[in-house]
Design a protein around this ligand. Sequence first.
Ligand SMILES: *Cc1c(COP(=O)(O)O)cnc(C)c1O
Length: 389
Amino acid sequence: MNKDWSPAARVQGLGTSVFTEMTELARRTGAVNLGQGVPELDAPPVLLKDVSAAVLAGSNQYPPAAGFPALREAVAAHQSRRYGLEYDPQDEVLVTTGATEALAAALLALCDPGDEVLAFDPCYDAYPAGARFAGARVVGVPLAEDGDVFVLDAAALRAAVTPRTRVLMLNTPHNPTGKVFTAQELAEIAALCREHGLTVVTDEVYEHLVYDGGRHATIAALEGMRERTLTISSAGKTFNVTGWKVGWVCGPAELVRAVGAAKQFLTYASGAPYQEALARMLDGVEEWAAELRSTLQRNRDLLSRGLASAGLRPYRAEAGYFLQADIRAWGYSDGVRFCRELPSRAGVVAIPTAAFNLRPDAPPYFVRFSFCKREESVISAVEKLVNAA
Ligand SMILES: *Cc1c(COP(=O)(O)O)cnc(C)c1O
């Protein structure tokens, strides 16, 4: 052991995550992996061809730090077309290395040490890590259960605001629950942010994956919200290209400028050929996404029915890649133990929702199953779960 060295406080406890552990368990046991949200589905062929062509044509050097103008224009057009929100591609849109870098850069740009960031619990694990890197702290606001869905607990949200609160992190559609925040909920959140002068960072990487004819609504479109909101999205989930890491953030110029100041010293710029191809693809996203949604919705229905047959009570996923299930009928109360034993018991891998929990007193009996897989994988997992029940 080298005693001259120890990890800095900001990375302590961020070691091997349960995602790594479960992915390794799936590899070792050959179990069907419904753990990590890695799509088994194909990307649009025209997009793949376009990237190859861009590489061969020499698009292999640093793009501009803010991203290629063509992609920034395509993102601005997308926000205008879908949400009626106008952003200047010149200084109100910034291309990032995935939504992950946008999130980290936004938290670094907005938070000083000691600040508090509100996030709904459970939440995507990059939020508490990003806040910590900025010296800030995420405060978990529990989502309440209502039948088979999760809902905003407005009283809990109000109670969580302190004089140190600077940012509210929103994620809709939500990972890990598959919840879509309703118009009423967004209005309540927006009112609170206006009242307390909070900046909103909204993570909308599943914006195209709302099922059952539902439609994504963005908080930036509400009265008085554009000026205080950074909206983040990414190509990964929309086009089944999670390995490309092309994301973007839209917001008022001064906020985007601050994010860009942090971002330039994280990666500066990345993904030149991907950016070029995505700039051309984004205009056609609606047609592509309609097809992807119908595939994913079918998978969701198969998985949801299968979990119910296996006695693992599923919650309704209105969007995204994931379903929550309550494991107590199998005699477990601890999702971590359940997930460690599931590969040998049933030949399936899932992720304990505890990996997304901010509060130590969050219910431990939820497990997340992903359905962004080939239909055969979902069918096979369901058979195995039913047999093991
Ligand atoms: C997958 C995911 C991300 C990461 O997006 P990248 O573009 O791959 O960095 C961010 N937020 C949520 C909620 C996600 O599920």
